[in-house]
Design a binder for this molecule. Structure first.
Ligand SMILES: [Zn+2]
Length: 128
C-alpha cells in the first residue's frame, strides 16, 4: 500500500525523509535504545552488587560495630535496589516508545518491521 490520501497535513519537511532513521526523534530514541541494550545489565546490577559488597564486606571491617553500620548498609542497598528499578522502568519506557513510534511520513504506527506498515518508509538506509 503506497497511498497518502488518508493523511491530513503532515509537517512538510517530514515527507522528504528517505528513511525513519533520518527522523531526529527516532534517531535520539534509537540511540538511547542501543545504549541501553549494551549497558542495561551493568547499569541495573553493578550498583546493587557494589552496595552489598560495601555494606556487608567493607563497612564492618572498618568499624567492627555492625549495629552502627546496619542502617547505613541497609540504606545503600535499598538505594541501589531503587536505582535498579529506575533503570528497568526507564528501559521499559524507552522500549515502549520505540515500539510505538509513529511514522514521521504518514503518521501511523511504524510497527516493528524494516518498513512502515502503511507507507513503506524504510527504517534505515540499509533497507531502502
Ligand atoms: Zn508510514
Amino acid at each position: 500500500m503506497n497511498t497518502y490520501s488518508h493523511v491530513p497535513d503532515q509537517a512538510n519537511h517530514a515527507t522528504d525523509l528517505a528513511c525513519l532513521a533520518d527522523s531526529e526523534k527516532y534517531k535520539t530514541l534509537d540511540d538511547k535504545r542501543r545504549a541501553l541494550l549494551r549497558n542495561w545489565y551493568a547499569l541495573a546490577t553493578v550498583p546493587f552488587f557494589l552496595a552489598i559488597v560495601i555494606g556487608v564486606g567493607v563497612f564492618p571491617r572498618i568499624v567492627p560495630d555492625t549495629a552502627f553500620w546496619a542502617g547505613v548498609a541497609e540504606t545503600i542497598i535499598f538505594g541501589s535496589l531503587g536505582w535498579s528499578f529506575i533503570v528497568t522502568f526507564y528501559a521499559l519506557f524507552v522500549y515502549g516508545r520505540w515500539f510505538l513510534i509513529r511514522c514521521p511520513r504518514c503518521g501511523w504506527r511504524f510497527g516493528l518491521g524494516d518498513r512502515c506498515g502503511s507507507c513503506d518508509l524504510p527504517r534505515t538506509k540499509e533497507n531502502i
